[in-house]
Design a protein around this ligand. Structure first.
Ligand SMILES: Cc1cc2nc3c(=O)[nH]c(=O)nc-3n(C[C@H](O)[C@H](O)[C@H](O)COP(=O)(O)O)c2cc1C
Length: 189
């Protein structure tokens, strides 16, 4: 493996604190294009990306606030506080990408489509990191709500929610979380 790829994989971190700097559109186009190079069984290319710039993130925030059903997830007791925290953080993002995969009727194929779209997200995160930007793969319940997916243009009768990718310039880069040694996860036959 090329050492720069190894370094990129090892040094990528989940970052949740951003400076508020906008991600330029050409970089978002580059990263989503690289995401589309993920492997995909039968070349179905099931991933879909709704790219939100800061203006769109602001519109999404207004929508989330206006929908009582969204404040009720994951449950009515915790939802409002969780949503309030999310609404505080959204304006700090440089961009957000809502990622879904196109559902397949067969459960076996659907699982493969989910896997392919996950590989695309990792491409995207690594591409952003390689360009000096940071990302966070969030499955926040308000962002994964069916109404949010529909708002992004991907209704859940056809698309599954894979994640909401927060992007921006890192304010704080957390230390790496220890990995279980590969020797404990790998068997050699
Ligand atoms: C499918 C998926 C969903 C995730 N959802 C969340 C989330 O909702 N909240 C969160 O704090 N981290 C979430 N993460 C990020 C992980 O917490 C993070 O990758 C892990 O802590 C390792 O940190 P690192 O990415 O810096 O190596 C998610 C990661 C994946 C792959």
């Amino acid at each position: 493996m090329n050492d720069s790829v190894a370094l990129c994989i090892r040094s990528r971190r989940t970052v949740k604190d951003f400076t508020g700097e906008a991600v330029p559109r050409d970089l978002l186009a580059k990263w989503t294009e690289l995401a589309c190079w993920a492997p995909t069984h039968r070349m179905t290319q099931p991933w879909r990306f709704a790219v939100l710039d800061q203006a769109a993130i602001a519109r999404l925030g207004i929508y989330l606030q206006a929908e009582p059903a969204i404040a009720a997830v994951p449950d009515p007791a915790k939802g409002a506080a969780k949503l309030a925290k999310l609404l505080e953080r959204l304006p700090t993002l440089g961009a957000l990408i809502h990622v879904v995969w196109e559902r397949a009727a067969s459960p076996e194929i659907d699982l493969e489509e989910h896997a392919a779209a996950s590989a695309a997200v990792q491409n995207l995160l690594l591409a952003a990191h390689a360009d000096g930007w940071a990302g966070f793969w969030s499955t926040n319940p308000a962002l994964g709500h069916p109404l949010t997916s529909a708002w992004c243009g991907y209704p859940v009768n056809k698309f599954g929610f894979l994640g909401s990718i927060w992007l921006g310039k890192a304010k704080v880069i957390p230390p790496p979380l220890a990995r279980v040694p590969a020797s404990e996860r790998v068997t050699w036959l």
